[in-house]
Every structure is written in C-alpha cells, then in structure tokens.
Design a protein around this ligand. Structure first.
Ligand SMILES: Nc1ncnc2c1ncn2[C@@H]1O[C@H](COP(=O)(O)OP(=O)(O)OP(=O)(O)O)[C@@H](O)[C@H]1O
Ligand SMILES: O=P(O)(O)OC[C@H]1O[C@H](OP(=O)(O)OP(=O)(O)O)[C@H](O)[C@@H]1O
Ligand SMILES: O=C(O)c1cccnc1
Ligand SMILES: [Mg+2]
Length: 619
C-alpha cells in the first residue's frame, strides 16, 4: 500500500499517539475481519456524542488537528508488530495477519469528513465521519475518541468559564457588577462607563516582563454585541481568564492539552511554558506565596535598586528608603516587613511587571498596603505597576475593597495608574463561582483558573462514541432499550439552518442520497429523530453544510487547507458564541438546541428499526 500522506506532515504532538495506543479489542476484531475476509468491505463510521457536557446546550469540537496528524502518520512499527505477535491473546493468529496485513496497514484508503475545528456541536451530529475498509476504519476508533473527547471537553469548559467570567448573559445583565454602597471620589471617576466604581479600562499600557500584552494590557471598556437585542453593557472592563492548571492536570498530556484547547475556548494566556513554546501561546504569571514567605526582614533588600526612567537622569535608585518614606507618610507602619521586602525585591527585578500576590499574611492590612507603598515608589521612578493577585478569602469583597482603596490612593496621591491596575483572582475558581461573583459584584479583571478547568470537575469526560452506520452501502442500525442510544442509520449530510436573527435555528440530518436537501428560502420540515409529533418547518436564511473533507488517503492524506491555526479557531469560537441564541448560554436550564432529521430519514430509521426488531411473543 502507498503511504497515506506526505511524510512531511507533522507527527502527533504527543509521541504516545500511535496505532498501538488503542484497546486490545480493536486488534482482535481486526484479526476476525481479516480471517473472515471482511476487512476490505467499505464501512462508514460516525464519531458523535449523545449529551452536551456540564448541563449545557453546546459542545465545542476540538482535537481535529491531532487526529489528522495521527492518520497521516499511521503505521505499526516493527516492535509494535512483535509485541502483538507475542501477546497471549494473539499468539495463535496467523503470521500473515501480522506480516502482510498489519505491517502494511496505513490510512491510504481512509476518507475523513469533519466539522470545522472549534465548531459548536450538538448531540448526534457527527463530529467526524470515517469512510474506510472495515479493518482500518474500525481499528482507529479508540485513538480518534481519545484525541477528540478531552480536547472538546476542555475547550467547552474553558469557553463556558470565559462566558461566565465576562458576564455574557442575556437575562443577568442588569444584575452584573452592581454598584456598591460607596463610590470613589467623583473627580477621579473617569472611566466613563456608568458603574459607581468606574474608572477601569480605557488605558493601553503594554505588557510587563511576566506576561505579554494579552495578559496585562488594558482593553477599552466594550459592550458585547450579540446578534439581536442590542449590546450588553457592564460597568467595568470584562475580566480575562488565564490558565493555571498544569500542576493539577491529569498528567503531562492532560496539562498540555488543557493549555492548548482552553486557548481556543477563549482563555487569554497560560502559565504553561512548554505550551507557550510549542504552540506559540501567550504566557502569563505572577509569583507564589513561597516568594513572600522567604523574605523575613527588610535587611535583605538593602541596596535593591532600579534605573530611574523619568526625571531626567537614569541613575540607579535604591527602593527601600523611598518605600520607608511612603510607609511613614501613609501611616502603614505595621505592615509585614518580610512581605514589604519581598515586594521590593520583586520590584527591583521586574519593575515593568510589578504584580504582587497580596494575601500571604493579611490581604487588606498588610499585602494591599505594601503593594501600594512599592507601587508609589515605582511610579515615582517612571514605571507602571501592574496589579495584585488575590488567592484566598472572599474574592468579591476583597477585590472591591482593593479597588476602593486604589481609588482613594489615586485621589490622595494624584496618580492615575491606580485606575489601571489588574486585580487577578485565583483559588479553586469554577464556573459556578464565576456566576456567583458576577451576581455579588466584584472588581476582578483577571481570573487565574487551574484545577477546575483542567480536570473538568463537574463532568470529567465527554461521552463521544464511534459507531458503524453503513457497510457496503447498506445502512446499519444499533438498537437499544434506551431510545437515546438508537443509531440513526446510513450516511447523512448535516446542515445548520440559520434564521432571520442571524443565529442557528436547528441542525438537520438528511440521508446522503435524498433528493430534497435544504436550501435558503425554502420551507424545510425538520423532525425529532424519535418523536414524530415534534417537528418544525424552517425557512432558513442561511444553510451551512457542516462537514468538510479533511483527509483523503488516496489523494495524499490531509487536505492541508482544512487545518486551522489555534488563533483562527479561537476567533471562530468567539464569533459563534456571539451569534448564539442567548438562552442557550444561560447557566441554569439553558435552552436546548434542536437536532432533527428529514422526513425521509425519519421514515427510513423507523422502518429499519421495525424490520430489525423481532416481535416478541408473550404467553
Ligand atoms: N465571594 C465569593 N463567592 C463565591 N465563592 C467564593 C467567593 N470568594 C471566594 N470564593 C471561593 O470559595 C472557595 C474558598 O476556598 P477555601 O475556603 O478553601 O479558601 P480560603 O480559606 O479562602 O483560602 P486558603 O486557600 O488560604 O485556604 C474558593 O473556591 C474560592 O474560589
Ligand atoms: O486553584 P486553582 O484554580 O487550581 O489555581 C491554581 C492555584 O495554584 C496555585 O497555588 P496552589 O493551589 O498550588 O497552592 P495554594 O492553594 O496553597 O495557594 C495558585 O495560587 C492557585 O491557587
Ligand atoms: O503565575 C501564577 O500566579 C500561577 C501559576 C500557576 C499556578 N498558580 C499561579
Ligand atoms: Mg490553591
């Protein structure tokens, strides 16, 4: 057999991804197909899920890039073959199975269609379809599933967190970021954006040492434009999400994949340096408690200096004497000395990226004050302090308190940088906490999220399955007592039908050979696959065919222009989310998106169902 793809096509990112990364039963079935000479029959498989994760109404499809790398490089190695030949379960198999069949097997006869990476996907609509000889088509099941399930799950989780963090909720708009009881001095409340806290956003300062501009830059206050219903207006800038999960992930691949796929789900940066290097992702980071704990007295930072950036000269200026002067001036003489030393040490090392973790000893009485003291010094010297991180306590209350004190300081010392400081929050944040914080009101501009993002705490697996729906051109069905598990047989074309509001109304599965395929402006009957009474007539304003050819083994393998970059995929996700029916984004009881079949497919499914089901006799 010829090679399936140009050998230059990249190998899978994780070198564990190879033909042997599969379940034993794939090889035993392959042997039985080969032994009974079934392996060359042409089969059609669908990879799909039955239920959206996290109680939500959508799933983001991800992982296609690695699927294509796997297919393009599919070859058992000599040692793989040796291993299989010597496993007890396979040791009786004929040599020709290993030497003629498995040794030469590649994906040169495999054809794959798929949704575009990052597509919103819905139950039963295939993410990927595979047309291939039964042997190889079956053999790739497990690897394809493992390459799609977690990436799609974590991308969806990330997207839901970003939506939650940014308050992109139709009916919760009015309640988000409510004004608090007291406001900062009005002459300095210059954000122009309505909320009593106001004043954040609008700046355009560039990135600091520890993160690129995505992390630290300030975006102008914007309102989210949805397709209909007007902009949602929030009183402050929308918080961004940064991925901090590597240490808690399910191993190195889990950590790396989480960094990668949370980026397409809308996270702005990751703390994972390898992901930054390999995938060219924005990286970001602050510092840990240990850094603060390790400083015990101010003596350790005697002499710590930075180069003056404003005021004419560029001499080195020692920070400690200036800090002590501000400590006197503010009256904050009992803040923790070790912490103040740590902040001075950090400022002297990263004067352009000064962002401090302030909760090691006492957030409001010590950390915040020490940060302000050192910030004033840096500002005097021409550096722009970046902000604080809160990693414990009531994140709503503390962030608002910090912001309030920043505004007081802006007034007292006449410094504008206090309006642009980031307030980063971390500590076991999950989607529900993000919603809760929105309701309570907060001043957080950035969420650092680890554990609950990467482990997908509230649903640790997406249940994608890989099912045979046709062999030798004949549709196959799999029945189940559970109606949800009954397969829709045969090859189908999937369409997304859009309505007048600009967002998708329904997905429709139509048999590939049916004469009537949907088109713009034409009334199309869409029926629930299992309940005939549930049907709607749609006159679409736009019809999108969802699957594209992405891999054609006979013609060089990967169809290269179908592989999107991570940033393009991220943008595609954002565009879809911003053109989604608002009720579908609701956290509690989101509106369901309908997936339907054509009338002909409905009849065909139910006739086949009947014909394959024996009539039971009761006596
Ligand atoms: N205002 C808030 N509303 C809802 N949840 C919050 C709020 N503030 C913090 N949380 C969450 O409550 C939990 C607090 O966790 P926990 O009590 O273990 O931490 P802590 O005592 O604040 O800090 P430490 O990590 O030092 O123990 C975290 O999951 C955090 O994200
Ligand atoms: O909470 P996550 O969403 O997983 O975010 C990452 C966490 O990792 C870091 O500390 P770590 O948890 O290692 O120690 P700590 O809880 O004692 O601060 C960081 O301070 C966050 O708390
Ligand atoms: O940079 C940080 O603040 C960070 C990174 C990983 C985990 N927790 C925090
Ligand atoms: Mg923690």
């Amino acid at each position: 057999m010829s090679s399936a793809a140009p050998s230059s096509f990249p190998a899978p990112t994780n070198n564990l991804v190879s033909p042997l990364l599969t379940d034993l039963y794939q090889i035993t079935m392959a042997y039985a197909y080969w032994k009974t000479n079934q392996h060359r029959r042409i089969a059609h498989f669908e990879l799909f899920f039955r239920k959206n994760p996290f109680g939500g109404s959508y799933t983001l499809f991800a992982g296609l890039d690695e699927v294509l790398k796997f297919l393009a490089n599919f070859r058992f190695s000599d040692s793989d073959i040796d291993y299989l030949r010597n496993t007890p379960q396979l040791s009786h198999c004929e040599d020709a199975f290993f030497d003629d069949y498995l040794s030469n097997l590649d994906c040169s006869e495999v054809i794959v269609h798929s949704l575009k990476e990052g597509s919103m996907a819905f139950p039963r609509v295939p993410l990927i379809t595979v047309t291939a000889p039964l042997g190889i088509g079956n053999l790739i099941e497990t690897t394809l599933l493992t390459l799609v399930n977690y990436p799609s799950l974590v991308a969806t989780n990330a997207c839901r967190m970003v939506v939650a963090a940014r308050g992109q909720f139709w009916e919760e708009t009015a309640g988000a970021n409510p004004p608090r009881a007291y406001s900062p001095p009005s002459k300095l409340n210059r954000g122009g954006g309505g909320g009593m806290i106001g004043g954040r956003g609008g700046g355009t300062s560039s990135g600091g040492v520890l993160g690129d501009s995505l992390y630290f830059s300030k975006t102008p206050r914007k309102s989210i434009q949805l397709a209909e219903g007007g902009p949602l207006d929030f009183s402050r800038k929308k918080p961004r999400c940064v991925e901090f999960g590597l240490r808690r992930a399910q191993g190195p691949d889990g950590g790396f994949s989480a960094s990668k796929y949370s980026h397409i789900g809308g996270f702005h940066a990751t703390s994972n340096l390898l992901a930054g290097k390999i995938l060219n992702l924005p990286i970001a980071g602050t510092h840990a408690h240990s850094f603060v704990q390790s400083f015990t007295s101010l003596d350790s930072v005697v002499g710590a200096s930075v180069k003056r950036k404003k005021g004419g000269s560029d001499d080195m200026v020692e920070l400690l004497p200036m800090a002590l002067q501000y400590r006197q001036e503010t009256g904050w003489t009992d803040t923790n000395d070790g912490e103040l030393a740590a902040f001075i040490g950090y400022a002297s090392s990263f004067p352009d990226g000064f962002l401090c973790l302030i909760d090691t000893y006492d957030t409001l009485q010590s950390g915040l004050r020490n940060f302000i003291i050192v910030s004033l010094v840096l500002d005097d010297l021409g550096y722009t302090p970046r902000g604080i991180r809160l990693d414990s306590g009531d994140l709503s209350y503390l962030s608002l308190e910090c912001e309030f004190v920043f505004h007081q300081m802006a007034d007292r010392f006449d410094r504008s940088f206090f309006f642009d400081l980031d307030i980063v929050a971390s500590n076991d944040i999950n989607e529900s906490i993000l919603h809760s914080l929105n309701k309570q009101g907060h001043a957080i501009t950035m969420f650092g999220i680890g554990t609950n993002l990467v482990t997908c705490e509230s649903q640790p697996a997406l249940g994608c399955v890989y099912k045979l729906v046709e062999v030798d051109g004949k549709p196959r069905i799999k029945l189940s007592n559970d109606m949800e598990k009954v397969l829709i047989p045969g090859r189908k074309v999937a369409y997304r039908l859009f309505g007048e509001a600009g967002w998708p109304l329904i997905d429709l599965l139509v048999g590939v050979n049916e004469a009537d395929q949907p088109s713009v402006g034409e009334r199309t009957l869409c029926i629930h696959p299992f309940m005939e009474q549930k049907r709607v007539a749609v006159v679409p304003t736009r019809v999108v065919k969802l699957h594209r050819l992405v891999f054609d083994g006979k013609n060089g393998g990967v169809v290269l222009d179908k592989v999107s970059s991570l940033d393009d995929t991220r943008q595609f996700v954002k565009d879809q989310i911003n053109h989604t029916r608002p009720d579908m984004l609701r956290y509690v009881n989101p509106g369901e998106y309908k997936v339907s079949v054509s009338e002909q497919t409905f009849r065909f499914l139910h006739n086949l169902w009947q014909s394959e089901t024996p009539v039971r006799e009761l006596r």
